[in-house]
Design a protein around this ligand. Structure first.
Ligand code: COA
Length: 571
């Protein structure tokens, strides 16, 4: 079957502009009407170290970064060394030469195009523009739309100064000439676009920020941490325009305390952080549970623990998200599959926090954080906003009143007759401290009891496939996109495989898991990017299913072929 997509990988050193070049290709393809999915990985250092950017574009929907590349463009010798084992017959290799810092050996069956990137940039007296020489050559070789490329280039560099824009456009043209001078012998080129429709191209982090603004947020407080910082960056730019407030706190503990304070004052509030920040916030999440103050938090997971691998992908905060609290502290935990989800589920997370008056944690991850994808432009009218149950001013106000749905009305400070104590101490219905006995039991049952309807409030878990299957694959987070493609490939080979893609991680929709596993004869595979197989652990502890755990932890996402191979092994 002819390949419908094109995967271009760029590799070089931090500081060489690999990320910008990749962003330009992705934006140009998206603007021209293609579906785009990108993946980048870079070191924790600001300058130096191996940097990689992969763009997958297609006229059809793409769900992940793909298995490997069709075209690899190496900016330096290190990038070549890191990727030379992937230069297989049929692939194309564009590299900095002659005049680069390496002399590659071209394997048989690989098409190589040398482009003197460094030499050309030096001749133009602008070392910085090496990436633009490469971009011009790639544009010529693979038909990447010159018009849209120049548009996005101009948009980016104009803000840096006319001289910078000019030397970059010049370098692009030089690169284009170099590309055109080569005899093209491969068949790869960017697909013919369809009607672009009303789409935007944004990263997972920007999409979380957009969801916050679309979700009617009033207040955001955060402390910067890789890979979550861009969520706050987006909110800082857009929330104040809507009358909201963003505060950069002095640390994560202060930021979650400010979120609770603003939420107590009646404002929809949230924060965004990564694993170490979530760990610091855990004491105050207990306060949110006990005092029933709505609190929404996005955790953009990274390789942990501690400083770990801050710029690398991992899905290893499920344990802390679900059970990382002192005492019996129920909360709602959800996860996102892709950039579109980052918008939609941020709105949903804010709504659930308001409805259930408890901590709600949304798990994103390092790969999604920086992945740019095409998504339909969101329309404000597509979203519903839930506001907390508020006291209607009649009768005696009891902040922790026992109700049928275990959710008590709240009352903004200053409301006449609504004086109450919002407290981290155990309490009675009025909020007065109680250190045990019947009130303790009633209140703890209330805090757990109100979450019994969460499953019914959320969309049912998506089941990919119908009828019975020989194997079921359960995936969460950005691994879902990889599994979607793997399931399709396995089915194309005649194998009976289904997928199950939970987004509500806790409370666990146990009945839905059981029904899925039953339809797959109990044969369940759970691939996830953490060492312990954290979802597999919860499946074992909460259901009767005995899953086969498939954990990986090298700081990279799965590829569809890894899932295909493992599935065949299991089958
Ligand atoms: N002409 C002028 N400016 C150019 C350029 C060109 N031809 N090409 C790139 N640039 C600019 C970019 O616009 C960008 O500036 P901006 O930040 O104002 O947008 C800057 O140079 C960096 O280039 P970019 O392409 O984005 O990055 P890179 O491929 O050189 O890689 C990073 C460098 C981004 C990976 C690295 O600097 C970094 O940030 N590492 C991560 C650090 C981190 O998060 N650590 C975690 C600590 S816990």
């Amino acid at each position: 079957m002819a390949k419908k997509d094109l995967i271009i990988r760029l590799g070089g050193e931090g500081g060489e502009g690999v990320v910008s070049a990749g962003d330009f290709i992705a934006a140009a393809c998206a603007r021209a009407g293609l579906e785009v999915y990108t993946f980048k990985t870079f070191p924790a250092e600001i300058k130096g170290g191996y940097c990689m950017y992969q763009v997958r574009c297609s006229a059809d929907r793409v769900y992940n970064q793909g298995d490997t590349f069709d075209v690899f463009c190496a900016f330096n010798g290190e990038a070549y060394e890191m990727n030379k084992h992937l230069l297989i017959p049929g692939s194309v290799f564009v590299y900095d030469g002659p005049g680069g810092d390496f002399e590659p050996e071209i394997p048989e069956g690989v098409t190589a195009y040398p482009i003197p990137m460094t030499k050309t940039a030096q001749a133009l007296k602008s070392k910085r523009s090496k990436n633009m020489v490469a971009l011009g050559a790639l544009s010529a070789l693979f038909n990447i739309y010159e018009g849209t490329l120049k548009e996005v280039l101009t948009k980016k560099f104009k803000s840096k100064g006319d001289d910078i824009l000019e030397f970059n456009l010049g370098a692009f043209d030089e690169g284009k000439k170099l590309g055109e001078a080569l005899t093209k012998v491969d068949d790869y080129k960017v697909a013919v676009p369809k009607d672009p429709g009303d789409v935007i191209i944004i990263s997972g982090n920007e999409a979380c920020g957009m969801g916050a603004v679309l979700g009617d947020l009033d207040f955001f407080s955060a402390y910067p941490i890789t890979p979550a910082t861009e969520v706050a960056k987006f909110v800082a730019e857009h929330l104040p325009k809507k009358g909201g407030t963003l505060l950069q706190a002095e640390d994560e503990i202060a930021s979650i305390a400010q979120v609770l304070g603003a939420s107590y004052a009646g404002k929809k509030s949230m924060t965004a952080t990564s694993g170490p920040g979530l760990a610091l916030m855990s004491e105050l999440l207990g306060m949110s549970t006990m005092s029933e103050i709505p609190c929404f938090l996005i955790d953009v997971q990274r390789g942990g623990p501690s400083t770990g691998m801050p710029t690398k992908h991992e899905q290893s905060d499920l344990f802390i998200a679900i059970h990382g609290g002192h005492g019996d502290s129920p909360r709602i935990v959800m996860s996102v599959e892709d950039v579109k989800d980052c918008i939609d589920m941020t709105v949903e997370g804010l709504n659930l926090a308001e409805k259930y008056q408890c901590p709600v944690i949304l798990l994103s991850d390092g790969s999604l954080a920086f992945s740019t994808q095409t998504v339909p432009a969101p329309n404000t009218n597509d979203f519903t906003h839930v506001n907390r149950k508020r006291w209607d001013g009649t009768g005696e106000f009891k902040r922790y009143e026992l109700t049928d749905d275990n959710i008590s009305p709240m009352c903004d400070p200053g409301t006449p007759g609504g004086q109450h104590i919002a407290t981290g101490l155990e309490h009675n219905e009025a909020g007065a401290p109680r250190y045990g006995g019947a009130d303790r039991v009633k209140q703890i049952n209330k805090r757990f009891g109100k979450l019994e309807t969460v499953e019914a409030s959320c969309k049912p878990t998506e089941v990919d496939g119908e009828g019975d299957a020989d194997l079921g694959i359960i995936a969460w987070g950005s691994t879902i996109g990889v599994v979607r493609e793997a399931v399709q490939r396995l089915r194309d080979e005649g194998l009976k495989v289904k997928g199950f893609y939970p987004k509500l991680m806790w409370p666990m929709p146990v009945g839905q898991y059981e029904a899925f596993a039953k339809s797959c004869g109990g044969n369940i595979l759970v691939p996830e990017v953490n060492h312990q197989g954290q979802l597999a652990h919860f499946i074992r502890s909460e259901t009767t299913i005995k899953p086969i755990s498939y954990p990986i932890s090298e700081g990279l996402p799965f590829t569809p072929s890894m899932i295909v191979e493992k599935s065949k092994e299991v089958l």
